[in-house]
Design a protein around this ligand. Structure first.
Ligand code: NOJ
Ligand code: CA
Length: 713
């Protein structure tokens, strides 16, 4: 990755051998944020370590404890002497391989503390204070008295200032596929709730446990997001709320024997992050988590390509065909037999469709032997990832895709037998390369093997990274389903295009689904860590289309499904519905064909978690803009000034909107398309139906095109 220093880098160095003061402050570059670090003890410069965070003179995080408890050696690392402090300022910019913007500014004030316990254990704390929030972490430098150690728990606290409105999912060691709850902190009950029963492999641990990214809104309209960055070789962090004090306590995911992490000096924890603003739009625009991750480890990035794909996939979820060769659909509650989806003729239909409409790639699930008993048995040897079913002709499909200039995406469902996947991974990646596949969708459904390990524990965190790094060695791009929630690691591994790690659109096919506010919350929570393979673009909204007995449905209008290509950022976007459903609405499908997947610029025009989001993005190396506007269950009028367009230029806008009588529940597929001319002075007024949305493409035009089309009124 090219890292260009745009502005000068300032460095104020202040090295002290003995420090009398017990309070150290740093200030964000725009002066809005102040972070204070305290060593509170009998003598100045020694004692228990705390921090606090203020935004525009208001407390965001009150004085909160820092520390780590070790199991072996048995030590509490929370009382320190200050050995050295060092404050510095960085202001630079870097260019992501792909992303929401062309360049990212990395501008912060840093405090580095060298600390020592009375037992002479050395711990460093690093705080980076940006305009959008703070990131801090613990470092364990190489030292005589600490080499190998086991973490019992991290005792980091986030003492918030009140009983905030919170967008949360239950704390869990294994799954993040819950729908969001919106409640006060004091009302959180992670034990059950209406969505719990639909989720397998869940490991609830505490009534007051929640996952990050945790989104909160204070009574004074401050927006606060707590998460982590650069989760590497360490378990994920859940938070447990102390309801009597509004303190959120770190709770690390344990391993099979109850330990949290095995480390060796020198090592570092992930960054703990608090993003804060009085504008919800700033939370979505924050690049702090990316800034806290390491630059790309991949030097040659020419093979990494943002892309759109279709796939033998939704037809499996709606029960039209099966993963399983016998058609019995183990694990999908389907009693009657249906055809095997991944047969050569069917796959060729998808390749034809992709080729005809300029879609880059085709995913095929259920192509390989093993689906007969892949689910629910906690069985170790299920798939080998190289044995196709007899009706899936790998060579013929590869040749056909090549002829049609379409890429194939491999599918590796591991059934969470990760020990088995680790044994096969090299062979499987080599098989992919030999057959022309350059991207893999992997999956981790079910309980982990090695038995007792968890999806979000240190063992699996290392596995996800190893799978991505190894794939990079084969020049393979990765899309993981059911992994840990992302923490910006796609900066370091840009072949990690996307992951699921939340409740995707698929839940609408076979469960109570995703409530109409779901997609207005995800960008404030799950997507803070990285792009999501949400699989938007469902046009056939009601599942009774496939089987009259079905009651399930997507909880949006069709127009909102289009808007998601813009509001739900990902460099990997599926056109998830069946080709025949798109053929019936080619006018609306045009938006999916046109919309970009890589961007030079992003404007978060308006946003409120749980209510609405409107975003405009400029396509990479083009003057084309795309807008997505979505609402929750309430109808709404979006006012969108187009002042980001080039002044004086004329653009042709195509608006894909909810029809006047559209409604997510009763009339979800009613849409209308309008074309008109716009410029930088245009202010669009869009009516969104309940559960609805609007998508707009805005393409520059030459003078000759302008005459026939009316201006926007
Ligand atoms: C769950 C994934 O999220 C889904 O996309 C996939 O089709 C199934 N697992 C089967 O692997
Ligand atoms: Ca899933």
């Amino acid at each position: 990755m090219k890292k260009s220093v745009l502005l000068f880098s300032l460095c104020f160095l202040c090295v002290l051998t003995s420090v009398a003061s017990d309070t150290i402050s740093i200030t964000s570059p725009d002066k809005n944020l102040v972070c204070r670090i305290f060593l509170t003890g009998p003598a100045g410069g020694s004692g228990n370590l705390y921090y606090e965070l203020n935004y525009k003179d208001k407390a965001v995080i009150k004085k909160s404890a820092l520390g780590i408890n070790l199991k072996s050696p048995a030590l509490q690392l929370n009382t320190f002497d200050l050995v050295e402090k060092n404050i510095s300022t960085t202001d630079e910019s870097w260019t992501p391989v792909w992303g929401e913007v062309k360049q990212i500014r990395n501008n912060y004030q840093q405090l580095f503390l060298r600390l020592k316990t009375k037992d002479e254990i050395l711990v460093n704390m690093v705080f980076k204070l940006f305009n959008d929030g703070v990131g801090f972490r613990y470092e364990f430098p190489q030292q005589a008295k600490l080499k190998h150690f086991i973490i019992a728990e991290e005792t980091t606290q986030f003492a918030v200032t009140g009983d905030h409105k919170t967008f949360w999912i239950p704390g869990d060691y294994d799954t993040n596929e819950y729908a969001y709850y919106t409640s006060k902190l004091s009302e959180i009950d992670a034990t059950g709730g209406k969505f719990s029963q639909e989720i397998h492999a869940k490991t609830y641990f505490n009534t007051n446990g929640v996952q990050t990214p945790l989104m909160m809104k204070t009574g004074e309209n401050l927006y606060i997001n707590i998460h982590e960055a650069a989760l590497v070789n360490y378990p994920a962090m859940n938070l447990v709320i102390d309801k009597s004090s509004n303190i959120l306590n770190a709770h690390l995911v344990p391993d099979a024997v109850g330990n949290k992490a095995y480390l060796q000096t020198p090592s570092k924890t992930p960054w703990r992050t608090v993003i804060v603003s009085d504008k919800a739009t700033d939370i979505l625009a924050s690049k702090m988590i990316l800034n806290l991750n390491e630059p790309s480890k991949i030097v040659n990035i020419s093979w990494i390509k943002p892309q759109k794909f279709v796939g033998v996939w939704w037809e499996l979820h709606v029960g039209k065909s099966s993963w399983d060769y016998s058609g019995s659909q183990v694990g999908s509650q389907q009693a009657t037999r249906v055809p095997h989806g991944a047969n050569t003729a069917n796959v060729k239909k998808y390749i034809d469709f992709a080729a005809k409409h300029g879609i880059d790639a085709v995913l095929v699930e259920g192509w390989n032997a093993g689906w007969e008993d892949w689910f629910g048995n906690w069985k170790e040897d299920v798939f080998d990832f190289v044995t196709p079913y007899p009706d899936f002709d790998v060579k013929e499909i590869t040749a056909y895709a090549k002829l049609k200039n379409v890429q194939m995406i491999m599918h590796h469902e591991t059934s969470s037998s990760v020990s088995n996947y680790e044994r096969w991974m090299d062979t499987a990646y080599r098989f992919m390369k030999n057959n022309g596949y350059n991207a893999v969708k992997s999956g981790y459904v079910g309980q982990i093997i090695p038995r007792g390990e968890h999806h979000d524990g240190q063992w699996m965190i290392k596995h996800y990274e190893r799978a991505i790094a190894k794939a990079a060695g084969y020049q393979i791009m990765v899309d993981q389903h059911e992994p840990v929630r992302p923490t910006g690691l796609h900066r370091t591994y840009p072949n990690y295009l996307a992951c699921e790690a939340a409740r995707g659109n698929e839940f609408n096919a076979w469960s109570s689904g995703n409530p109409p506010d779901h997609e207005t919350i995800l960008p404030f929570t799950r997507l803070m860590g990285g792009p999501m393979d949400y699989t938007p673009g469902i046009f056939k909204i009601k599942m009774n289309f496939y089987d009259t007995a079905k009651k399930e449905q997507v909880h949006t209008t069709l127009a909102k499904q289009l808007a998601l290509y813009v509001t739900m950022y990902s460099p990997l976007q599926m056109a998830a519905d069946l080709p025949e459903n798109y053929e019936r609405h080619l006018d609306a499908f045009q938006f999916i064909k046109d919309v970009a997947v890589d961007w030079d610029d992003t404007k978060i025009i308006e946003a409120e978690p749980g209510d609405y989001i409107s975003i405009a993005r400029k396509a990479k190396n083009k003057d084309d803009w795309f807008i997505g506007a979505i609402t929750d269950e309430n109808s709404r009028t979006s006012i969108l000034p187009l002042n980001f367009l080039d002044a004086g230029k004329k653009y042709l806008a195509t608006l894909y909107k909810d029809a006047d009588d559209a409604h997510w529940k009763n009339n979800p597929e009613a849409y209308a398309i309008e074309k008109f001319m716009v410029d930088a002075k245009t202010i669009l007024k869009l009516k969104l139906s309940p559960g609805g949305g609007a998508a707009i493409s805005i393409l520059p035009v030459g003078n000759s095109d302008i005459k026939s089309i009316k201006n926007y009124k």
